[in-house]
Design a protein around this ligand. Sequence first.
Ligand SMILES: Nc1ncnc2c1ncn2[C@@H]1O[C@H](COP(=O)(O)OP(=O)(O)OP(=O)(O)O)[C@@H](O)[C@H]1O
Ligand SMILES: [Mg+2]
Length: 319
Amino acid sequence: MLLKVEKLSKWFPIKKGIFGKTFYVRAVENVNFELDKGEAVSLVGESGSGKTTLGKTVLRLYKPNGGRILFDGRDITDLDGKDLLWYRGETGIVQQDPYGSLPPHFTIYKILEEPLIIQKVGSREERRERVYSILREVRLPPEEFAFKYPHMLSGGQLQRVAIARAMILNPKLIVADEPVSMLDASVRVEILNLFAELQRAHRMSIMYITHDLSTTRYFSEKVFIMYAGHIVERAPTREILRNPIHPYTRALFNAIPDPDPENRFRLREVPPGEPPSLINPPPGCRFKPRCPIATSKCDEEPPEFEVFAGHFVKCWYPK
Ligand SMILES: Nc1ncnc2c1ncn2[C@@H]1O[C@H](COP(=O)(O)OP(=O)(O)OP(=O)(O)O)[C@@H](O)[C@H]1O
Ligand SMILES: [Mg+2]
């Protein structure tokens, strides 16, 4: 197992009101999951459900407020200094905005060489080799692209650079946070195919964050469903498609079997209402206010029931 996350929570302090009293946005709470080496998971949830916060906390770009993260058997929850630098080399991130996530005054070459310099990897010659080889892997011929600046590239080409940068140190884990949602529909498939191919070739574990269920098939060994800071259901993809259990997941998935796997990710109507405020969320199940089967029991936070091997549901009525 590469990654084990236990009861992970991340709260953001915010000041509100005339007295500047501090409140907390409980963006991620009591999240548990495991990821094997080389395994790909899609983290799905609507806007504001805590996907980015979870991804960044796992990468230790944020410090957790509670819980534990084990990476390759090592507790990385409280790493800092040199140890955290080591973890940076073991992990990578690709963000949503290809225009905003790369430094505009650096050439592509410098953008890719920088992590190698920070981590003190190789001689100048060896670094050059590495930069050129990763550019070839993401199919940007180095002769043409190495000395261009970000503004000279298209959104799709920039996302290839972002993928190259995330991979330059041969990380074991990559968080890809909506990597194609800002790109033209025409290049999305191309980028997702390339990414999935690289992920398999290098046996990287990947957390693919998306609100678009139809793209989960590119990184599809497991699916985690997030709602208002909780992972409400997590399971192998086939299993969750065949047997979605949490009322929120059931609302999202069309449970009617369809021979074409692509069509199984059709969206259905979610029960009316809005996700709760994360400053003062309901004490128990956060889906309770919208849930058709909720009872007073749901005022208590549900545990995760393992209804089938590897299939966990955070609901008091897991069937
Ligand atoms: N730095 C921050 N300070 C305060 N609140 C934050 C901060 N970052 C995120 N939040 C809040 O935490 C909650 C979860 O945000 P997050 O960005 O993780 O959601 P998301 O699922 O990635 O949404 P999206 O699909 O829109 O990217 C939101 O209510 C958001 O407003
Ligand atoms: Mg996000």
